[in-house]
Design a protein around this ligand. Structure first.
Ligand code: ZN
Length: 62
């Protein structure tokens, strides 16, 4: 899996037993259409959603 934001490899997550349980990346929307890595999700997507939420405060109770 390649991150659509930084084009880097999306790191897989493993359990303590070494079983891979997560390799799908995070939803990169609305930054990009596709999957992104942990870092981009934390640094870009989440930050964008937070700021977007603040801008749109007072909106619907969805
Ligand atoms: Zn990335």
């Amino acid at each position: 899996m390649i991150c659509v934001i930084c084009k880097g490899e999306i790191e897989k997550h493993y359990t303590e037993e070494g079983v891979m349980y997560w390799d799908q990346g995070h939803n990169a929307e609305p930054i990009a259409d596709g999957r992104c890595c942990d870092k981009c999700n934390q640094d870009i997507v989440v930050q964008y959603r937070i700021s977007d939420m603040l801008v749109n405060k007072g909106g619907s109770n969805g």
